[in-house]
Design a protein around this ligand. Structure first.
Ligand code: SF4
Length: 170
C-alpha cells in the first residue's frame, strides 16, 4: 500500500476534488485575518510523522507561543477572499501532526499568503472532516481508477499530474 508519506502529493490531487463536498458537509472554518510577527517562526528540520495513520507532513514553520505550538503553511501569491479548502485541510493535517508529535493540540494553524495571514481554528469538527477525508483517500488508493470529478479545464491546466493523467481536460 502506498504510504501516506506521500501526503502532500496526494493532498494536491485528492483534495482538489474532495474539498468542496467536504466543506459543504462540515462547514469548514473560513479563517480570520490576523497580524503576525514572523520573528518567532522556526523552521522544522524533519517532517512530522504519526504512526497511527501512517501520516507525515512538514509545515513550513512552527510558532511557539505561550506553551502552544502553531503550524504555519506558506502559500505563494496574494490571498483569496477566503482560504481554499485544500489549504485548510493541509493545515489541519499539520495541526493533527503537531498534536501527535508534541502532545500539544494547536488551537489554530496559520495560512500565510503574501498580503495577509489567516488563522484557521483547529476545531473538533475540522479534525473529524480531516479523518473522514483521509479515510476516503485510503479507499481511493486501493482503487485502480479514480474518475475525474470536475469539468474544469483550467484546473487540469494547473495540475502537476496533467502529463500522466489520462483524464486531463487540458
Ligand atoms: S489533470 Fe485534471 S483530471 Fe487529471 S488529476 Fe489533474 S485535475 Fe484531475
Amino acid at each position: 500500500m502506498m504510504p501516506l508519506a506521500l501526503l502532500c502529493l496526494l493532498l494536491a490531487l485528492v483534495l482538489l476534488w474532495q474539498a468542496s463536498r467536504q466543506r459543504r458537509a462540515a462547514g469548514l472554518p473560513g479563517g480570520r485575518v490576523i497580524y503576525n510577527d514572523t520573528r518567532d517562526w522556526g523552521k522544522l528540520e524533519r517532517p512530522l510523522y504519526d504512526r497511527t495513520l501512517d501520516l507525515t507532513g512538514k509545515p513550513d514553520y512552527l510558532v511557539r507561543r505561550n506553551s502552544r505550538i502553531i503550524p504555519v503553511e506558506v502559500k505563494s501569491g496574494r490571498s483569496p477572499q477566503a482560504p481554499y479548502d485544500t489549504h485548510i485541510f493541509q493545515l489541519a493535517s499539520y495541526c493533527y501532526l503537531v498534536e501527535k508529535s508534541y502532545g500539544l493540540r494547536p488551537p489554530y494553524g496559520i495560512l500565510h499568503y503574501e498580503d495577509r495571514d489567516f488563522a484557521i481554528d483547529y476545531t473538533a469538527d475540522l479534525e473529524f472532516s480531516l479523518m473522514d477525508l483521509l479515510a476516503e483517500m485510503r479507499r481511493d488508493e486501493a482503487r485502480e481508477q479514480v474518475e475525474r470529478s470536475h469539468q474544469q479545464a483550467r484546473r487540469c491546466a494547473g495540475c502537476g499530474y496533467r502529463i500522466e493523467c489520462d483524464q486531463s481536460l487540458a
